[in-house]
Design a protein around this ligand. Structure first.
Ligand code: PEP
Length: 246
């Protein structure tokens, strides 16, 4: 899978233009292609990409089902736009909006209950990497928010390993660092759900992945694709990354 995360970029009109360009360029991808857009773009973009191989993701959903939560957008609302995926646990939401393991566990459950497939992000910050704590950090993130799921629920989970020090910084993890962590994550899934499910789980790499370095990152056996921020905002770059996954 190659998934884009537009973050808080693009007006509705700019988003329509980008989705239209992608619709014209992404014809026969050899991997799943997902674009993650702001809430307000979802329904319109869903119409634009209807009948194409491109799937749609929200970048978040509420941790409550419905009710008096001004400004929030529920998983049911996201699903009603035609989106199939929901990015959850992104480090920006953990850091700036104080999303805890418990909150994320609720969000994941609500997404699944409403037929959305979570793209669940995990990853350590720079200080944790420097202290050699990256493995314990991602293990705690998995145990805190998604290892409560049944094997059946797990089938709808995509993971994205995103070292926080690499997001939007231009500092990409080396292919060796990415492979090492992805293999570790897969070993944790195997311990919890068994080898078969671990092998079937899609684990994306995210963090300054771009048109130039994608092929090298995706060449690793445990790197199943990418979650792409900045480079997903330009159709030609995003298409080159999709081709690199092929
Ligand atoms: C992201 O935000 O998920 C991401 C990977 O961003 P960037 O590609 O810009 O580092």
């Amino acid at each position: 899978m190659v998934a884009g995360n537009w973050k808080m970029n693009k007006t509705l009109q700019e988003g329509v233009a980008l989705a239209t360009e992608l619709k014209q360029s992404v014809k026969n991808p050899k991997c799943a292609v997902v674009i993650g857009t702001p809430f307000i773009h979802l329904a319109t973009v869903a119409e634009i990409i209807k009948g194409t191989p491109i799937c749609l993701a929200a970048e978040n959903c509420a941790d409550k089902a419905s009710g008096a939560y001004t400004g929030e957008v529920s998983a049911a609302m996201v699903a009603s736009t035609g989106a199939q995926y929901c990015i959850l646990g992104h480090s920006e939401r953990r850091a700036y909006y104080h999303e805890t393991y418990d909150i994320l566990r609720e969000k994941v459950l609500l997404a699944l209950e409403n037929g959305l497939k979570p793209i669940f992000c995990i990853g350590e910050v720079k200080e944790e990497r420097e202290a050699g704590k990256q493995n314990e950090v991602v293990k705690a993130q998995l145990e805190g928010s998604v290892f409560n799921l049944s094997a059946e629920q797990w089938a709808d989970i995509t993971l994205a390993y995103e070292p926080v020090w690499a997001i939007g910084t231009g500092l990409t993890a080396t292919p060796e660092q990415a492979q090492e962590m992805h293999a570790y994550i897969r070993s944790l899934i195997a311990e919890k759900y068994g080898e078969q499910i671990a092998n079937d789980t899609t684990i994306l790499y995210g963090g300054s992945c771009n048109a130039k370095n994608a092929a090298e990152l995706f060449a690793n056996p445990d790197v199943d694709g990418g979650l792409i921020g900045g480079a997903s905002l330009k159709a030609p770059d995003f298409c080159t990354i999709i081709e690199a996954r092929g």
